[in-house]
Ligand binder design. Structure first.
Ligand SMILES: *Cc1c(COP(=O)(O)O)cnc(C)c1O
Length: 479
C-alpha cells in the first residue's frame, strides 16, 4: 500500500466508523448467525498474491459484520458492558498508528509517564489511598493472578519463585465469596495453589460475603495447619453486583495477616461518585485493588487498572533481568513490564487520557449517575408487575429479575425453563441483548443499563419487549 493509498483508505475507514456509530441501532444487537456460518465463507488457504484493499473492505462488510455482536449498541444490556467512546476510539487509532511496544521506559518514555499520571488520576477520581502504586493491565483476571502470585511470594519468602512447590511448602489457602468471579479460581490454578484450596465463603441474603463465616473458615484452616494466603473481596459481583463488606473483611485480614485483594472490576467506576465511596471503607488495609475502565468507563477494551501497596514485592515476584533488557535509567523510571506477567505491552494510557479529558470529571459522573438511575426506575417498574420479580437488590445499574407468574412460584424447574426460553426469544429478536445468571439456584435475567449511549427510551422499549414476549410465552405454554 502506498502512502497515498493509505491516506485514501484511512479517510474511507474513518467515514465507515462514523457511519457505523451513527447507524448502530439498525444492526441486530446480538449476531444472528449459526456456528460455522462465518468459517465456511472464509478461504481454506491464505492468498498467495496481494489482494485489492477494496475487496478486503467489501469482505469485511459482507462476511465479518453479520457475525459481530454490537457491544456499542445502546440496547446491549448483557454481561457487563465493554464500552468505548469517540475519544477512546480516536486514541486507539493513534495508538495503532504509533504501534509502539511499551515494555520499558526506554521503549517509549511518554507511554510510561502518561501511564503513571493516569493511574494517579484514577486514584484521585475513585478515592483510593495515595500509597497505592498502579499500572495498566489487559484485564482483571491478570490482576487477580498477579495479586495472588505476589501474596504467595510474600508469604513464602520468595521460596516458590526459587524452588517451586516442594514437600516443605505449606498448603496455601485463598478465600472468596461464593459469588466471586471465576478468575479467582483460575488464578489459584495457575499460581499452583490449586482449585481445591479456594475456600468459597457463603453469602448473606444480599449475596455479600459473610465475614463471620470468613473468620471461622480462616481459624479452622489454621487449626489444620493450612496457611491462609489471600482473601479476594468483590465490590460488585458479576452475578448481581453485590458489594462485599470490605471494612469487616479488612479487619479479619489484618488480624490474620492475610493479603487482601479487592476485585472492583466493574463497580470501580461507580467510585467516581462520592455517594458510592462508602464501598471503599476499609480500603487502607487492602494490599491490592483492580478495576476495569474498559467496562463502564467508556475506554476501549483492554484497559484494567491494577494497584498494589507493596510495589517491591510485586516487582520482585516478576523480576527477571536478562542483559538485553537492562537500561541505564532502570532505577529512576517505571519499566512496567516488570510489574506484570507479560513483557510486551500496548500503549493503553493514551485512550484513558483522551477519555478523561474529553468528558471531564463532571460529565463522567453525570453519565454514571444516569445509568444508575435508569436501573432503579426499571427495577421499580418490574417490581410492580404481577408476573415478574426482582431477584437481587439493585446496588448499581444491574437489574436481576425473572418471570415468576404466581402459579409457577413453587416449581423451580418450570420457572428456570420459562426464563431460559424468554431470554432466547429476546436475544433472537435482535432488538436487545440480555444475559443470565443463577441466584439461589434460580435462573435469573441480568439487565445492565450501562452502555455508553443508553437512554431512557432504550430501557423502556426493552421492558415493553420483555413483557410482550413474556405474555406470548405464557399464553403459548397454556395452549
Ligand atoms: C469482568 C469481571 C472480571 C474479569 O475481568 P477481565 O478484565 O475480563 O479479566 C473479574 N471480576 C469481576 C467482578 C468482573 O466483573
Amino acid at each position: 500500500m502506498t502512502p497515498q493509498q493509505f491516506r485514501q483508505y484511512a479517510h474511507q475507514v474513518a467515514d465507515w466508523m462514523a457511519d457505523y456509530l451513527e447507524n448502530i441501532e439498525q444492526y441486530p444487537v446480538k449476531a444472528q448467525v449459526q456456528p460455522d456460518q462465518i468459517l465456511e465463507q472464509l478461504p481454506d488457504m491464505p492468498p498467495s498474491h496481494a489482494e485489492d484493499f477494496d475487496k478486503i473492505i467489501a469482505d469485511f462488510n459482507d462476511l465479518i459484520l453479520p457475525g459481530i455482536t454490537h457491544w456499542q449498541h445502546p440496547s446491549f444490556f448483557a454481561y457487563f458492558p465493554a464500552n468505548s467512546s469517540p475519544a477512546s476510539v480516536l486514541a486507539e487509532m493513534l495508538t495503532a498508528t504509533l504501534a509502539a511496544q511499551c515494555m520499558l521506559w526506554d521503549t517509549s518514555p511518554a507511554a510510561a509517564e502518561l501511564e503513571e499520571r493516569m493511574l494517579d488520576w484514577l486514584k484521585q477520581l475513585t478515592g483510593l489511598p495515595q500509597n497505592l502504586h498502579g499500572t495498566l493491565y489487559d484485564g482483571a483476571s491478570t490482576a487477580t493472578l498477579s495479586a495472588i502470585l505476589a501474596a504467595r511470594e510474600k508469604a513464602t519468602g520468595f521460596a516458590v519463585n526459587r524452588h517451586g512447590f516442594t514437600a516443605n511448602t505449606a498448603v496455601l489457602r485463598v478465600y472468596t465469596s461464593a459469588e466471586a468471579h471465576s478468575s479467582v479460581e483460575k488464578a489459584a490454578k495457575m499460581a499452583g495453589i490449586g482449585q481445591e484450596n479456594v475456600v468459597k465463603i457463603p453469602v448473606d441474603a444480599h449475596f455479600r460475603l459473610n465475614p463471620k463465616l470468613l473468620a471461622e473458615a480462616i481459624a479452622a484452616d489454621i487449626r489444620q495447619d493450612y496457611t491462609p494466603l489471600c482473601v479476594v473481596a468483590t465490590l460488585g459481583t458479576t452475578g448481581c453486583t453485590a458489594i462485599d463488606p470490605l471494612e469487616e473483611i479488612a479487619q479479619i485480614c489484618n488480624q490474620y495477616l492475610v493479603w487482601l485483594h479487592v476485585d472492583a472490576a466493574y463497580a470501580g467506576t461507580a467510585l467516581l461518585l462520592p455517594e458510592y465511596r462508602w464501598m471503599l471503607k476499609g480500603i487502607e488495609q487492602a494490599d491490592s485493588f483492580v478495576f476495569n475502565p474498559h467496562k463502564w468507563l467508556f475506554t476501549n477494551f483492554d484497559c484494567s487498572a491494577f494497584y498494589v501497596k507493596d510495589k517491591e514485592t510485586l516487582l520482585q515476584t516478576f523480576s527477571i533481568l536478562p542483559e538485553y533488557l537492562k537500561t541505564e535509567n532502570r532505577n529512576r523510571v517505571n519499566n512496567y513490564s516488570e510489574w506484570s506477567p507479560q513483557l510486551g505491552r500496548r500503549f493503553r494510557a493514551l485512550k484513558l487520557w483522551f477519555v478523561l479529558r474529553s468528558y471531564g470529571v463532571q460529565q463522567l459522573q453525570e453519565k454514571i449517575r444516569h445509568h444508575i438511575n435508569l436501573a432503579h426506575s426499571l427495577s421499580h417498574q418490574i417490581k410492580q408487575h404481577p408476573f415478574f420479580e426482582i431477584a437481587a437488590p439493585v446496588t448499581l445499574n444491574l437489574v436481576c429479575f425473572r418471570l415468576a407468574p404466581p402459579r409457577l412460584q413453587q416449581q423451580p424447574d418450570a420457572l428456570n425453563a420459562l426464563n431460559e426460553q424468554l431470554l432466547q426469544r429476546l436475544n433472537q429478536s435482535g432488538k436487545m441483548y440480555l444475559s443470565h445468571t443463577k441466584l439461589n439456584g434460580l435462573y435469573t435475567l441480568r439487565m445492565v443499563t450501562g452502555q455508553t449511549n443508553v437512554e431512557k427510551k432504550h430501557v423502556e422499549s426493552a421492558w415493553k419487549l420483555i413483557q410482550t414476549h413474556a405474555t406470548a410465552l405464557l399464553q403459548g405454554n397454556d395452549e
